[in-house]
Design a protein around this ligand. Structure first.
Ligand code: ADP
Ligand code: ZN
Ligand code: ZN
Length: 827
């Protein structure tokens, strides 16, 4: 038994700290357990990551104060994985550990001891424990750890748990802030003597009054319906009786009330499907892909597959089949999806197959729900978890498969807070550490992933065709047309945002009773307001961006910080009453649609209409049920939806996003256009896509029209190679941010100079420069970009970055520096 341990605390430091383990906590202090430790004047919750030498010369070690976990929160595997993330993404190990634990289970929880034994005579525990029991006795049988501490008693959770094991107390967590408590519900069952129908035959004689009879009959009926222990509330409701009546029956020894833990299921997750999922015969290309995956699963070897399949090629069916093979071998699986709210159909399909063996994680869960899911994953009660990027850190053991659906999605990269990890890359690493299989799926893989497959690091599996729908030939990919807006304008055919060809196409669909999806990747009414006589434009006072006009609320809104102000009736600078509303957001498109097609029912889906819980789901359901003909929205409409009656997809402005100074702008556009186009024409109805643009000659549009992913990649690779961008090199973005412009600029300069001083010419260091959006939420932003050539040692990079931070010193007050390894979105 180690007399000292190494502890990691949740701070942005690259260090572990050594603490002594007091004799009476030796048993509890295991690796992977959370502990309470003194840290300077503070007390922090840390995690034991290993044993340490108790004697360090010249240093007096302090003891840990308490052990907070009964079973370790982390396995050795999670410790190794989080350590790797801290190294690779250059952040504190404690920060990663914190990210992998459900929030809200910190020690601020008010632990309460409740005495359960009438007396502890004859119990021979240590005097400190006896003192605690005596305290409980004279204080109504209940006391919080805080109260014990204030009374000068031993207030350690580990000690309380030991008393609990001896049957003397119950330890309850009464969380002060977030409600993270195991919820219990009362259930009712017959007492042992009355468990068989025969024994209940002459129960009648024991009952007093109609109410008691009603309760017994209600329970009887529920038992016959297969519920052996229905919820008490259900029985009472059915019997129309009160709890007092039921308690009377308990006293008589006829019924028993038992408490059961409730697994809080995410409120807005769709209920598991009642109907069994269809059993498909896999299409040959699906079968080929699956065979390759199976082979790796059967061999129990690490392998990463890139499943490149067009939308509708049946990727999800392949994931499900692969998962079944893994689960059949007693292993577990993780499914990553970009954002649960945007993929309800995918989640539902998994649930239909795996029922209650699957845990669903999503961003709108309460801390309690998250905590429950986490605990049950750790205990092995669920064998599959589906969720967004943080699900890659789920505490599953015996991992067999990780699926990353839509692996190209930027939302897999975390920015704030650290760790700034990419869930796809962590997934590959985690699979590697577990001899597991990783499947990355996409219709438009990230160029990095595609090249990793070409270079042999991943195995490429292609599914170039849509799955044939029974009774139809394979749905062909939609026909894509480009409408040149400049030309339309010249021909005087454009008096709004919808061109003549797009209007005609919509008209046809409405006449045929089919549906339309329109993408306008910008919300609000008009992105820019400008005075026609002096050029004044309202800017957000806290961010260096113009404010977007929202017509529904007649407000100007900043899309970076949310600040709003009224639209002035006249220009505040020159007093002219001539404020132009330039550009078009979803609201303006909606207005024009309504004017053109007064009979059409239009659903608008953007951040402004989906703020409410479930709003997103409800909008999609209405569209699916045919309660609207047109679904208009931002990129949300492009994701994971499968509506058989949609035969037209219109992209109102294919140029949105092209001006961002990001080397991935073209790639993103191609992905978005391909994705939204994939929504058109599925169940045997031929689809059409119309892209409106002012730059019809841009290569990205040409390749999108031809559904030519490979051609697109080939076209953009030379420039990436020339400039050393991924996949030919790695990018580290460093962001400096703070309230004082001069201070931040100066610190950014010092930091970058310290970096250059170490690396000389070995790395290409650009900057610092003011960021594209130089100010957000009153914080000035500067960027330094580091290009790391392929083959540059990762360890060297990590060492250099950590040293740079030390040499440059701490950032000035209120400022900070964020190191973003493999940055996504550089503006
Ligand atoms: P992707 O994930 O590649 O977009 P899906 O797995 O969603 O594709 O499949 C597209 C549609 O085809 C879905 O409605 C799915 O139920 C159906 N499908 C998938 N595989 C088959 C198959 N082998 N036979 C019949 N239908 C299938
Ligand atoms: Zn003006
Ligand atoms: Zn703002």
């Amino acid at each position: 038994m180690p007399a000292a341990v190494r502890v990691v605390v949740p701070l942005p430091v690259d260090q572990t700290y050594t603490y002594l383990v007091p004799d009476d906590l030796q048993e509890e202090a295991r690796v992977g357990c959370r502990v309470l430790v003194p840290f300077g004047p503070r007390r922090l919750t840390g995690m034991i990551v290993g044993a340490a030498e108790p004697a360090v010369e010249g240093v007096t070690l302090r003891p840990i104060l308490d052990v907070l976990d009964e079973t370790p929160s982390f396995t050795g595997e999670m410790l190794r994985l989080t350590r790797w993330i801290a190294d690779y993404y250059v952040c504190g190990w404690g920060e990663v550990i914190k990210a992998a634990l459900p929030s809200g289970i910190e020690v601020e929880s008010r632990w309460v001891l409740v005495r359960t034994a009438a007396s502890c005579d004859g119990w021979t525990g240590p005097p400190a424990a006896r003192a605690v029991l005596r305290y409980l006795e004279v204080h109504g049988g209940e006391a919080s750890l805080d109260a014990l501490r204030q009374a000068g008693l031993d207030a350690r959770l580990a000690l309380a748990r030991r008393l609990e094991r001896d049957g003397l107390v119950r330890v309850e967590a009464r969380l002060a802030r977030p409600k993270v408590r195991v919820r219990r519900e009362k259930h009712v069952r017959f007492a042992p003597a009355f468990r068989t129908p025969a024994a209940r035959a002459d129960l009648g004689a024991l009952l007093r009054g109609a109410k008691q009879v009603a309760v017994v009959e209600a329970l009887e009926a529920l038992v016959r319906a297969g519920k052996r222990e229905p919820r008490r509330a259900e029985v009472l409701a059915r019997a129309g009786a009160s709890a007092a009546t039921l308690n009377g029956l308990v006293k008589k020894g006829i019924l028993e009330v038992v408490e059961r833990e409730v697994i809080r299921s995410p409120l807005d997750a769709p209920a598991p499907e009642e109907v069994p999922p269809p059993a498909y015969t896999l299409h040959p290309s699906q079968q080929t892909a699956l065979d390759r995956i199976h082979e790796a699963v059967a061999a129990g070897r690490f392998e990463t597959f890139l499943l490149h399949g067009v939308t509708g090629s049946g990727k999800t069916e392949v994931y499900i089949a692969a998962l079944k093979a893994v689960v059949a071998r007693g292993k577990t699986g993780i499914i990553l999806v970009p954002e649960i709210a945007l993929t309800p159909q995918t989640v539902r399909r998994f649930r239909a197959h795996f029922g209650d063996r699957i845990a669903v994680l999503h961003s709108r869960m309460s801390p309690g729900e998250r905590y429950d899911a986490w605990r049950h994953l750790r205990s092995g009660r669920f064998s599959i978890v589906i969720g967004p990027r943080s699900a890659v850190l789920a505490p599953v053991s015996n991992l067999g498969l990780i699926v990353v659906d839509e692996e190209h999605e930027p939302s897999y990269k975390q920015f704030d807070p650290a760790p700034r990890y990419h869930a796809r890359d962590v997934a590959v690493m985690r699979a590697y550490m577990n001899d597991a299989v990783c499947v990355l799926g996409s219709a438009t893989p990230a160029v990095e992933s595609y090249m990793n497959a070409r270079w042999g690091k991943y195995t490429l599996l292609s599914m170039p065709e849509r799955v044939p729908v029974p009774g139809h030939a394979a749905a062909p990919l939609p026909v894509v047309h480009i409408v040149d807006l400049a030309l339309e304008h010249k021909k005087h055919r454009l008096d709004g945002v919808l061109s003549e060809p797009l209007r005609r196409a919509i008209r046809t669909r409405l006449d045929r009773n089919e549906q339309v999806i329109l993408l306008q990747n910008r919300r609000g009414y008009a992105p820019v307001i400008a005075c026609r006589s002096c050029g004044w434009a309202p800017m957000c006072p806290d961010c260096s961006v113009s404010m977007t006009y929202h017509k529904d609320k007649r407000l100007l809104r900043c899309h970076y910080c949310g600040r709003t102000r009224r639209l002035p009736p006249r220009c505040p600078k020159c007093e002219a009453e001539d404020l132009a509303r330039l550009g078009a957001g979803t609201q303006r498109v909606e207005e024009e649609l309504a004017a053109c097609f007064p009979e059409a029912r239009i659903l608008r889906m953007d951040l402004d209409t989906t703020g409410r819980k479930n709003a997103h789901h409800e909008l999609l359901e209405r569209f699916r049920k045919g309660k609207a003909e047109v679904l208009l929205g931002t990129q949300m409409v492009a994701k994971g939806l499968d509506f058989p009656r949609v035969t037209l997809v219109g992209v109102v402005d294919a140029d949105v996003g092209m001006l961002l100074p990001d080397f991935r702008a073209e790639e993103r556009t191609f992905q978005l256009l391909t994705q939204v186009a994939g929504r058109a024409g599925r169940a045997g109805l031929r689809g059409e896509v119309i892209l409106q643009t002012r730059n019809p000659d841009r290569p990205v549009l040409r390749y999108a029209v031809a559904h030519d992913y490979e051609g697109f990649v080939a076209a953009i690779l030379p420039e990436r190679e020339l400039l050393g961008y991924p996949p030919f090199g790695r990018i580290v973005g460093v962001e400096f941010r703070g309230p004082q412009e001069a201070e931040v600029r100066q610190y950014a300069g010092r930091w970058t100079a310290a970096l250059r001083g170490q690396v000389g010419e070995a790395l290409d260091v650009l900057g610092p420069e003011a960021a594209f959006i130089g100010r957000v939420k009153r914080q000035y932003r500067f960027h330094t970009i580091i290009k790391v050539p392929r083959g540059f040692k990762t360890e060297t990079l990590q060492r250099v970055l950590r040293h740079t931070g030390i040499r440059a010193g701490a950032p000035p007050g209120g400022s900070r520096v964020a190191i973003d390894v493999d940055a996504v979105g550089l503006f």
